[in-house]
Design a protein. Structure first.
Length: 139
């Protein structure tokens, strides 16, 4: 682990649930690390695997995808689609030496505290992994 390493996280958040949960955390003044840069999407089903890979090539140390709980998707099946993509992405990232750097979480609009805990936990996981080993390839 690199001394003083502070991981850079890209978060792809569903606007209906996880983004609203992040907003609730902020308005409730629940503290969580500022390491996450949020990209608001209509649904986790819109997270193209290329977005995730480009985030890593661009220097992200971790990627968080968060959305509605299964069965609560505003677009019916978006989170199920993301679950399938997540499994494939995990295999690809393992091959690239980036295993453990992609996280998928279900966070509802009323779970601001859970969102904060997810980000805190992910930051700690990434600190133990150290910097993204392929970030220089994207430059």
């Amino acid at each position: 682990m690199e001394r003083g390493f502070n991981p850079n996280i890209i978060g792809f958040l569903c606007q209906w649930c996880a983004y609203a949960g992040a907003d609730l955390a902020g308005t409730s003044r629940v503290k969580y690390p500022s390491n996450i840069k949020i990209v608001r999407l209509p649904c986790t089903g819109r997270v193209d695997p290329v977005y995730v890979l480009r985030a890593f090539l661009g220097g992200a140390d971790g990627v968080l995808v968060a959305g509605c709980h299964p069965g609560d998707c505003h677009y019916k099946r978006g989170n199920y689609l993301m679950s399938q993509r997540y499994m494939v992405l995990q295999r690809i990232l393992d091959i690239l030496g980036l295993g453990g750097r992609l996280k998928l979480e279900w966070v509802s609009a009323s779970e601001g505290g859970k969102f904060a805990e997810v980000v805190k936990g992910f930051v700690e996981e990434l600190k133990s992994l150290g910097p993204n080993p392929i970030r220089e390839l994207g430059k």
